[in-house]
Design a protein around this ligand. Structure first.
Ligand SMILES: [Zn+2]
Length: 449
């Protein structure tokens, strides 16, 4: 069906609203935003009616667990890519805690290739900081950076690089190729057997607490190390008010640090633990209302640079069990934009231009990924999402496109809905539904050579 395929590579998006509020048409052709402005001609293009929809640059997630290789019962690169597309993402950074770990050029190249094969989003592998994420010796950072995967983000996420000397060496090493170390800030000795945020509620519930200081002390140490060696540090999933203060101080001092907050830490509080529903068990844990407020304020004033999902799918048996035995983590790709909408847009702390920055431009810049986060301008790669801000839905299992059903939002009412996602000029999602991967693969052969 060559004619159908040819038609599908040109889209006229009619009557969209840009993040700054301007109304426009967008013509996607040749994998780029070919034209932008009112009243564009639809000749030869598939028309997408975008009345009432906001056009956002394709979302970029700096923190995704895709689980492949090794944990394919939880997620695969294909299923995780589908979850990303349905959530409006056009690129995800795949965390290194796979099996084998993403700690060699061979494994990161394998992840890159599987992402290309899936075709829904750009899958950019993150490299492990230490061999096997064991925290004992540095992985082959240079080889991963020089590989076809061009790794620039290194993280042992899931584990903290707690050894200060290893952390220093990693920060020194990545300078050579403009890399960044993304730290999961958790002092391990202070969080042994921890089950939830430490405070009055953990005392009442009789659960071992995860104190804020275990996060804040590592961040304080690491910003000082980053300053000392003149390197780039990124802090994963900041969860406490004190951490926001430390990062604000570091930035004021000129330290090269960036930070992320997850959608769940921006919306949910530790009070949800009361029902012992393991969907609310996550690491770092859900915190107090004051922490949520501090994260929102930090995101609004730029102390927190980005929102990243920490999408962490688990099989049902890992969550459908007693709180103490349950795995940490929540799926987040499919719900991220709606949760950010509910957490910080509805209340006026962020506008849609801010959302474009914290979910696209800034994560692409921090991760140094090509072809992403360039915004909606003529000539930019056709990476975008159309979002319906007026929609509202009770979030359900049918809204999840990955393998994991461990979403904390099931049965909650969330605002908005992703209407369409375009990756490399092709609609991966239309009318809120995934397009067949075979068509995308065929398109890929046609346009990327
Ligand atoms: Zn983590």
């Amino acid at each position: 069906m060559p004619s159908e395929r040819a038609a599908s590579t040109r889209y006229l998006i009619r009557g969209a609203t840009l993040p700054d509020g301007t109304g426009t048409d967008l013509l996607l052709a040749g994998g780029r935003i070919a034209e932008l402005g009112p009243g564009l001609s639809s000749a030869g293009a598939s028309v997408v009616d975008a009345a009432g929809l906001i056009a956002l640059p394709g979302l970029v997630d700096l923190h995704t667990h895709l689980r492949e290789p090794g944990f394919e019962q939880s997620e695969t690169i294909l299923t995780g890519s589908r979850a990303a597309a349905i959530g409006g993402f056009t690129s995800v950074f795949a965390m290194a805690n796979t099996s084998p770990a993403q700690d060699t050029a061979g494994v990161v190249e394998q992840v890159l290739a599987l992402g290309e094969q899936a075709g829904y989003v750009t899958v950019q592998p993150i490299g492990a900081v230490t061999v096997g994420l064991a925290g004992e010796r540095l992985a082959e950072l240079g080889a991963m950076a020089a590989s076809r995967a061009r790794v620039r983000v290194f993280s042992d996420d899931g584990f903290c690089v707690s050894d200060p000397l290893l952390m220093r060496r990693a920060l020194e090493y990545v300078k050579a190729f403009d890399g960044v170390v993304a730290q999961h800030a958790q002092e391990p000795r202070l969080t042994e057997k921890a089950q939830m945020n430490e405070g009055a509620l953990s005392g009442e519930l009789g659960l071992m607490g995860w104190p804020a200081v275990a996060e804040e002390s590592i961040i304080a140490r690491d910003v000082l190390l980053a300053e000392h060696v003149g390197s780039r540090l990124h802090v994963c999933h900041v969860s406490t008010a004190g951490s926001v203060d430390v990062i604000r101080w570091a930035k004021a001092r000129g330290i090269n640090v960036t930070a992320e907050a997850t959608p769940h830490h921006l919306l949910l509080t530790e009070d949800l633990v009361v029902g012992y529903d393991a969907r609310f068990k996550v690491n770092p844990p859900l915190r107090r209302r004051e922490d949520v407020e501090a994260l929102r304020a930090g995101l609004a004033d730029g102390t927190i640079d980005i929102v990243a999902t920490d999408h962490a799918p688990h099989p049902v048996e890992s969550k459908d069990c007693e709180w103490d035995a349950a795995a940490n983590g929540m799926v987040g790709l499919e719900s991220a934009l709606s949760v950010v909408h509910a957490a910080v847009v509805t209340g006026g702390q962020l506008d849609w231009s801010d959302v474009a920055r914290v979910l696209s431009a800034a994560p692409a810049r921090i991760g140094r990924v090509d072809g992403q986060g360039q915004g909606l301008v003529i000539g930019a790669p056709a990476e975008l999402t159309l979002y319906d801000p007026a929609a509202s839905r009770v979030f359900g299992r049918e809204d999840l496109a990955g393998k994991g059903s461990n979403s904390p939002y099931l049965s909650m009412t969330l605002p908005g809905r992703v209407h369409a996602t375009f990756h490399r000029g092709y609609a991966t999602v239309l009318d809120g539904a995934l397009r067949p991967v075979a068509e995308i693969a065929a398109h890929g052969e046609n346009t990327h050579g």
